[in-house]
Design a protein around this ligand. Structure first.
Ligand SMILES: Cc1ncc(COP(=O)(O)O)c(C=O)c1O
Length: 458
């Protein structure tokens, strides 16, 4: 029997639905959308560039669109794999394996550090992978419900992951769920040390001592885990010091507390597959990935130590969580990074941009701090290097000016307090990992001229 389904529409017909929009459709869409979006419409993407609809202007994107498209937009190898898989089998429900799913699990566990060897994936991204990690921790430590996360952290926008994240006071208009199970400890943010110390390596890790004290004596319930972005992303690109991570790891092991990492933004972007490599072999019990790992398709991954018991089928599943397209795209992503030696390029371009920025810092007091590693670059702007007043306006103007020069820079998430403090002063440079030296120079030139313009506006 021939099961081949026939095409119902011509190419032209389909393209007439998705290929063009009228001015009227553009103007009226905002009234029909529950969420706001920018006026800018992107037509297409190619390597590190986005093309604007109607104007055909090209922009070099140093945000990789939410730090995801690490091997470039519309990567042709990903396009081939996804279209092949789409034509072969477009979807299966969660309980089923497919060839790409099996290949994916073997590939990712060939790259994981230490004994992180058990995997679950989803098609919803980072927040879902983190919720899965918390569920897994609770399954493996029965009766323990209490989690600790960090000030200035971000772990997602669901009702549960918002309670794990920093409080965006004045930004969200409701309270997340699960706050009774989460408490915050201070992130080791050395440029603005929460303990008033002088900076990295000029202290006795007083912030860690405080965290340990709070956990040991302040917990209302049995402690299950500590969730941490070892290098904070949305909170301003802040790497925790290596000795902090080392000491905390020893302590969590001793106290049998799960150490869970959120590597959503970090996987490959820091010039290593996994953040453990940056932290000289320190490995968490469970880690979570999203963004780049999906090769531009939606994907979240939870990876646990091999001795950790997995889920039953009621505890981790979702409608699209076994979608074979994302596994196909992810396979291409990982192989592409290897074949094109992109981790090396990431380290080289990252070191180059960062060292040039450090030279620039000598000439501009407004550059308070420069943070990396790899192509996870953050520049903290301040109005005054002594008081470190956040240069929020400076950062916003710089990003706007660069946009006029067709380079897209990112900004940290807005962190505000009830007392009226606002931090949105870290400019982010996170282009696809394929950028060349010439593009790095261009990024630096635009950064400097935009900074100068922003200073002029002050
Ligand atoms: C560090 C970090 N964790 C978690 C998330 C949440 O991921 P998602 O939006 O895919 O749920 C993000 C997203 O920006 C993130 O940057």
């Amino acid at each position: 029997m021939d099961h081949k389904q026939k095409r119902l529409f011509s190419d032209e017909e389909i393209l007439s639905w998705i290929g063009e929009v009228t001015d009227q459709e553009i103007n009226e869409v905002h009234q029909k959308s529950l969420v706001p979006f920018y006026d800018q419409i992107w037509e297409s993407g190619d390597s590190s560039y986005l093309k604007q609809y109607k104007t055909d202007k090209e922009f070099l994107d140093c945000t990789s669109q939410a730090w995801t498209s690490n091997i470039g937009f519309s990567n042709p190898d990903v396009a081939f794999a996804v279209s092949h898989q789409l034509k072969t089998l477009s979807h299966v429900r969660y309980g089923f394996a497919t060839k790409p799913r099996i290949k994916f699990i073997h590939k990712i566990t060939s790259l994981t550090p230490g004994n992180l060897k058990k995997v679950a994936a989803n098609a919803m991204g980072g927040g879902a992978s983190i919720e899965a990690a918390l569920r897994l921790a609770m399954i493996n430590k029965p009766g323990a419900q209490q989690f600790y996360t960090y000030t200035r952290s971000y772990h997602g926008s669901s009702l549960a992951t918002m309670s794990l994240s920093t409080r965006f006071a004045g930004v969200t208009r409701f309270k997340p769920w699960g706050l009774d199970r989460v408490a915050k400890i201070p992130f080791p943010y050395c440029y603005r040390c929460p303990m008033g110390q002088e900076g990295e390596n000029k202290c006795n890790l007083e912030c860690l001592e405080l965290a340990q004290n709070l956990i040991e004596y302040g917990s209302v319930d049995k402690v299950c885990g500590i969730l941490m972005e070892p290098i904070q992303g949305p909170g301003g690109h802040v790497p925790a010091p290596k000795r902090y991570i080392r000491e905390l790891r020893k302590w969590t092991e001793k106290n049998e507390i799960f150490f869970i990492w959120d590597e959503s933004q970090l996987f490959t972007r820091i010039g290593h597959w996994f953040t453990s490599e940056y932290y000289e072999g320190v490995t968490p019990d469970i880690t979570c990935l999203t963004k780049a790992i999906g090769g531009s398709l939606p994907m979240g991954v939870t990876i646990a130590r091999e001795d950790i018991n997995g889920f039953n089928s009621a505890e981790e599943h979702s409608t699209f969580g076994a979608n074979p397209l994302m596994f196909a795209a992810s396979m291409v992503f990982m192989n592409y990074v290897e074949r094109a030696d992109l981790l090396k390029n990431t380290r080289e371009q990252g070191d180059y941009i960062t060292s040039k920025l450090r030279n620039l810092q000598k000439r501009y007091d407004y550059i308070g701090d420069i943070r990396c590693p790899g192509l996870m670059i953050g520049i903290e702007l301040v109005n005054d290097p002594e008081t470190k007043t956040p240069g929020n306006t400076l950062a916003a103007d710089l990003v706007e000016e660069a946009m006029d020069q067709r380079v897209i820079f990112g900004l940290m998430a807005p962190i505000s307090t009830d007392s009226g403090k606002l931090f949105r002063n870290v400019v982010k440079i996170k282009p696809p990992l394929i950028i060349t030296r010439e593009e790095s120079d261009h990024i630096l030139n635009v950064f400097e001229s935009s900074l100068e313009e922003a200073i002029d506006y002050l």
